[in-house]
Design a protein around this ligand. Sequence first.
Ligand SMILES: C[S@@+](CC[C@H](N)C(=O)[O-])C[C@H]1O[C@@H](n2cnc3c(N)ncnc32)[C@H](O)[C@@H]1O
Length: 269
Amino acid sequence: MAVPREQRNVFGEVAEAYERSRADYPAALLDLITGYATGTPAEVVEVGAGTGKGSALLRRLGVPLTCVEPDPAMAALLARRFTDDDLVSVVVDRFEDWRPPPGGVDLLASAQAWHWVDHTRRTGLAAEALTPDGVLAIFGHEYGFADAELRAAMDAVYQRHAPEIADLPGRPVHTRHPGAFDPQELRTAPGFTDVTHERVVTVVPYDTARYLTLLSTFSPHRMLPEQQRVRLHDALADLVDSHGGVVEHELTTGLWLARRRGPAVAGGS
Ligand SMILES: C[S@@+](CC[C@H](N)C(=O)[O-])C[C@H]1O[C@@H](n2cnc3c(N)ncnc32)[C@H](O)[C@@H]1O
């Protein structure tokens, strides 16, 4: 029997395009993470590493990095990126099925992927994977637009060709998915404390061709029937061309940090 195609599993269909077109993560994130963690962790695990865009940032810490990624096509590019790198290992698995090392790790990170992990279990699994005082770092981009006029014109194209995803541009990523990340999960979780939010804003230009490649990697676009997706993308390409052939994405990279509660101190107040 055919396995139903799930939105969380569509990235591998376009792994090369994903690697070419998705935005990298700003180096400033790493300073925010190490500042919060008060130092360099001994070991990092990354959840949903994809082709390794978040991993490339985390690798700069210079400590062992385990990348957990269930999609074989994404994992193949990830492994290729880190060929001969003894500090990086790739595990082809879902986070829900992966087993943390005994004692846990002191940094667990996830770039643009936490919303795909089972939302009923992820906070508990993260707590189990971390050492006491270990840090959970969840980050990802919101692809906003620097030009409000272009953004409004794009909205009109979505309304016309794909109203079911018409609210996509600029809408925060955590509100769009079935497993949408809600920071309340962490604030109310007994295993975590010190929940903090940071953001870094950058502007990244995309020419029409690269912009279309980017759109082809967004899972709501991939879930559209092909003919509808082609009509939408053709109309968006015409629009971008008529605006000088460049889309300036205003990327807001959000970072959520939380600390695993340490063990209770006997007799402490
Ligand atoms: C939008 S991509 C993000 C990839 C990469 N971290 C980045 O920032 O470019 C989401 C990734 O999460 C992976 N994923 C989906 N479900 C997952 C799960 N249950 N556990 C771990 N990763 C998962 C997908 O295969 C995909 O590679």
